[in-house]
Design a protein around this ligand. Sequence first.
Ligand code: NAP
Length: 293
Amino acid sequence: MAARIIDGKAIAAEVRAEVAAGVEAMAAAGARPPHLTAVLVGDDAASATYVRLKGRDCAEVGMTSEALALPASTTQDELLEVVRGLNANEAVDGVIVQKPIPGDVDDALVDATLDASKDADGLGPTSLGRLVQGAPVFVPATPAGVQQLLLRSGIDPSGQHVVIVGRSILVGRPLAMLLSMKAEGANATVTIAHTGTGDLGGVTREADILVAAAGRRNLITGEMVKPGAVVIDVGTNRVDDPSKKAGFRLAGDVDYEAVREVASAITPVPGGVGPMTRAMLLVNTLRAAQARQ
Ligand SMILES: NC(=O)c1ccc[n+]([C@@H]2O[C@H](COP(=O)([O-])OP(=O)(O)OC[C@H]3O[C@@H](n4cnc5c(N)ncnc54)[C@H](OP(=O)(O)O)[C@@H]3O)[C@@H](O)[C@H]2O)c1
């Protein structure tokens, strides 16, 4: 039987509606709308698109936002100065610095310089440290989105074996921390797989919930999935497609057609994790604004 499709677009719309209600409640209490500033360095087309979409999301839920576009030639010192300026700006609640940052800039230093109370991406050392301590404030948006996709689809990770393919600081590692917390909506047994994993298929076949976050198209085949498992595809890989205006389409890390015949539930790409990542950024921005107003 074909797997149930987990509709990330619909669930993200649900989350956005909740955020919009939170923004309205702040307005009713006399507060200004939450404000997100996105810093975009250079002219990478994909990054520019992400920033534009985030601005649109903010407007939809009643938040204000701005995109600070800096030239690709921006040095590390110049970028850190911009971040310090945003830290000091009382009108700014949340800040994201869009990755990848071109040039010779240390991403981790940028994340560490951003005031922890404005860390909407949840990637700074304080946010990640709080997550490891089991008392998160801002959870990175993609891991938070994966957890919400599961919970809002009636899939409780508690007691389940979750296998995550990928150990990046953006997705795999914080997701492992989040789902292994002793907390409601978590409490899973988590395995992280990566390029050093000996028998990847042997490990993924053990998963009750399999999360693919490797950035390798079709890495996860039907034979690598236990019948009845839940499969969450974080991967977004560009595939040439002349029929599309952009000349490409997005595909995940999972061989969707084969795996949907084996899994009990699966996220599509696009329309799965992507919209949830954007929605969870709004949740973090609302949280940041609520804490400072
Ligand atoms: N939908 C969304 O909202 C969203 C958000 C963020 C990222 N993404 C997508 O998710 C994917 C991962 O992103 P990322 O930033 O985490 O990427 P990343 O920093 O490149 O990390 C990829 C991870 O996957 C592992 N990996 C790569 N190939 C593998 C293989 N053949 N077998 C086992 N493990 C393998 C790598 O292992 P090593 O550590 O051993 O190198 C690494 O840990 C990308 O496609 C990205 O575009 C989507």
